[in-house]
Design a protein around this ligand. Structure first.
Ligand SMILES: O=C(O)c1[nH]c(=O)[nH]c(=O)c1I
Length: 310
């Protein structure tokens, strides 16, 4: 029995990796990830220039997950691109997460990556909920289509999209119809559930400073939504477009559920932030135990095979 998997023809020891934004802001954090049991890693979403991000406190772990309004702090695209270029011969599979603060900057950043010797995967983040004044790109279907049309007029390297959660069947249909028109490597479902609110009852106060306390939710809160988005897009997208499952992963069972819904890789955010990189060994062991108990010998035995009630 094995939890090995392959992505873009590259064999990975397991389907697990970090979620962008968690444990991937600096070289030190990314090196620690690279040395961990994680099968792959992704960088913090980069903009062209360095960003300090929103004022603190801007990330808080809470009993059922986390709330954050980081505000896209990052060292700038060159920092992460240089990191990936320097290590792309040693690391099996790298994911470089990117966005821009404007349409033109997004195009510029993707042109920078295209012009580089980067051989890894690019994750285009369409779903950052925390840049004040910037609505999430992926909730604007026309803008998404316009951007993807322009990007794929020049971008030839493997490209995936980080999507926000959708909550309406019509939106799954509309978005999938758009995505199926492009040679995407994958879609990553889901980013945090945007603009939640967590309250400290003793202080009768919000817990994060930016945006009046509104922030993206992660953790246990979002697993049912994450699973539904993985399943919905797995059912609707061309099989050539893989699904990465993100959201609410804390145990091997959560990993199993994401794969059952159709995920090829599974990312860990909130729980990684809370437990550290040791979580990957634990998740692998727990997933193996579930597969053993069910008599599965590989991920393909159950991947995408969620049953409905007929
Ligand atoms: O506030 C952030 O930096 C952030 N926070 C999130 O929860 N998702 C994102 O994609 C981003 I770029």
């Amino acid at each position: 029995m094995t939890v090995e998997t392959s992505f873009l023809g590259i064999t990975l020891a397991n389907p697990l990796m970090n979620a962008s934004g968690v444990h991937c802001m600096t070289v030190a954090e990314m090196d620690e990830l690279a040395q961990s049991a994680a099968g792959a890693f992704v960088t913090k979403t980069a903009t062209r220039d360095y960003r300090a991000g929103n004022p603190q406190p801007r990330y808080v772990d809470v009993p059922l997950g986390s709330i954050n309004s980081m505000g896209l702090p990052n060292e700038g695209l060159a920092y992460y691109l240089d990191y990936c270029l320097a290590r792309q011969n040693q690391q099996a599979l790298q994911f470089l997460s990117v966005v821009g603060l404007s349409y033109d900057e997004i195009v510029e950043n993707l042109r920078t990556i295209e012009a580089s010797d980067y051989q890894g995967v690019t994750e285009f983040n369409l779903s950052c909920p925390n840049v004040p004044g910037k609505p999430q790109i992926a909730y604007d279907f026309e803008l998404t289509e316009r951007l993807l049309t322009e990007v794929f007029s020049f971008f030839t390297k493997p490209l995936g999209l980080k999507l926000p959660p959708y909550f309406d069947i019509a939106h799954f249909d509309q978005m999938a119809a758009i995505l199926n028109r492009f040679p995407l490597t994958y879609v990553n479902c889901v980013n945090s559930i945007g603009n939640g609110l967590y309250i400290d009852v003793d202080k009768e106060q919000v817990v994060i400073k930016p945006k009046g306390g509104f922030g993206g939710l992660g953790g246990d809160y979002i697993k049912p939504t994450a699973l539904a988005n993985v399943r919905a897009f797995h059912q609707r997208l061309n099989p050539s477009i893989k699904i990465i499952g993100t959201g609410g992963v804390r145990t091997g069972q959560d990993v199993f559920e994401h794969i059952l819904c159709g995920a090829s890789l599974v990312q860990v955010g909130t729980a990684l932030h809370q437990e550290g990189v040791g979580i990957f060994e634990r998740l692998v062991a727990e997933l193996e135990a579930i597969m053993e108990a069910k008599g599965y010998t590989c991920l393909e035995d159950f991947q995408g095979k969620l049953r409905e009630i007929n």
